[in-house]
Design a protein around this ligand. Structure first.
Ligand code: ZN
Length: 394
């Protein structure tokens, strides 16, 4: 599940008067931010404490990861595959495949194809898997059906236009793990390179996707892997795949990973974080900034300042310059979803609507808080799910 945060930039604050963390570039507009006596933000402190907890990049961390790898290999010793890795063609998931094979793991790569991939992403997946000899399982959703879901979210005027992809991915990984009896799902997240996204207002679940689609969509959902509450529980309690983030133990560098992937596999960079998919690109570079006044680039930029791969002034300048937008992106979006320019302008100028206005599982997640706490502690549901979704939001 991708963790995204949403917030509105306050246009009344001039940049000169914005309070910025003395270490990274998070400023006072980031949700739930606090600054300590040294002017360091709570997100920098959180990364510090995670680094200590996971012994990131230290011998102790490597030893613990080695133990986890041994367990995965032991659990999967009689199976064709011992772990599942979701692949997008992006840096982290491609690197994770390379890393897993080097560790002697036997991963099954899984791709949830929402049919909005760029050609470069598809080629990257093919190149890395071909050279490493890793098998690929792809779930392709029907393009008319998925476009109907995207269109529904756009006309609903809510921020979570990418919800179906994040949830569809998560459920596909769970389903494939169950199908092949695989007990570990490896995730390519790195808090050193991407940080921990702020607790924002963004929200999604299976009920939310269903309700938005029922209100604004037309097609029947037949191929979309919808994670309903009961399917989620069945996976977490009966199938029980564990979610593991190996990069949390390692001194991971995106730049070094890209260099290695390029030299070894002919993998290519697609020019920006999360831009390997056209809908993701639309969400980050057009939809969020223009309708919601939100800019998510500071997550990665702040993380790069913290880990020393970028200086603070350069990162702050980049954050305050407009995002680079592929010229044909908006045309592609409108044409593919059959939205007229006037419909587009109308929706973009209407006030944003909030997920809490629509039916979701939120209350149910709160009622089952104790169960989800136990599941999160056992790595059977993401800890971020428990912390963000199982408590009242206001
Ligand atoms: Zn900070």
């Amino acid at each position: 599940m991708t963790e995204t945060a949403m917030y509105r930039l306050n246009p009344d604050i001039s940049l000169a008067n914005v309070r910025i963390c003395s270490r990274c570039i998070y400023d006072e507009r980031v949700p739930s931010i606090t600054f300590d006596s040294e002017g360091v933000c709570n997100y920098c402190r959180q990364v510090e404490s995670l680094s200590a907890q996971y012994a990131t990049g230290k011998l102790n961390g490597k030893n613990r990861l080695k133990k986890i790898i041994d367990e995965i290999r032991f659990e999967g010793r009689k199976k064709r595959y011992d772990c599942v890795i979701g692949v997008s063609g992006g840096t982290d998931s491609s690197y994770l495949i390379h890393w897993a094979v080097e560790q002697g793991l036997r991963p099954l790569a899984v791709h949830y194809d929402n049919t909005w991939n760029t050609a470069i992403a598809t080629q990257n997946i093919r190149k890395v898997l071909f050279s490493t000899g890793v098998d690929l399982y792809t779930h392709v959703v029907n393009n008319k059906e998925i476009d109907d879901i995207f269109r529904s979210f756009f006309f609903a005027g809510v921020a979570e236009i990418e919800a179906s992809t994040d949830l569809g991915y998560a459920y596909t990984l769970r389903r494939v793990a169950a199908k092949y009896g695989i007990s570990a799902i490896l995730e390519g997240h790195s808090f050193i390179e991407e940080g921990i996204t702020p607790l924002g207002r963004n929200y999604f679940d299976g009920k939310y996707i269903q309700s938005i689609h029922r209100l604004f969509g037309e097609q029947q959902l037949r191929t979309y892997p919808l994670m309903t509450f009961s399917r989620f529980l069945k996976s977490a309690i009966i199938d029980k795949p564990k979610f593991i983030r190996p990069l949390w133990y390692l001194n991971y560098s995106k730049e070094e990973a890209q260099l290695l992937l390029n030299q070894r596999y002919g993998w290519q960079y697609y020019g920006g974080h999360h831009l390997e998919n056209r809908m993701t690109a639309f969400y980050h570079s057009i939809y969020m900034p223009e309708k919601f006044g939100g800019d998510l680039r500071n997550n990665t930029l702040a993380a790069r300042v913290r880990n020393g791969s970028m200086d603070r002034a350069t990162a702050w300048a980049e954050y305050n310059s407009p995002p680079i937008v592929e010229r044909q992106l908006l045309d592609y979006f409108l044409k593919r979803l059959n939205i007229s320019p006037s419909e587009y302008s109308l929706v973009m100028s209407e006030p944003p609507r909030d997920w809490s206005e629509f039916p979701t599982y939120k209350r149910r997640f709160e009622r089952f808080r104790l169960l989800f706490k136990l599941l999160a502690k056992a790595d059977l549901v993401p800890m971020s799910f428990y912390l963000k979704y199982c408590f009242p939001s206001k």
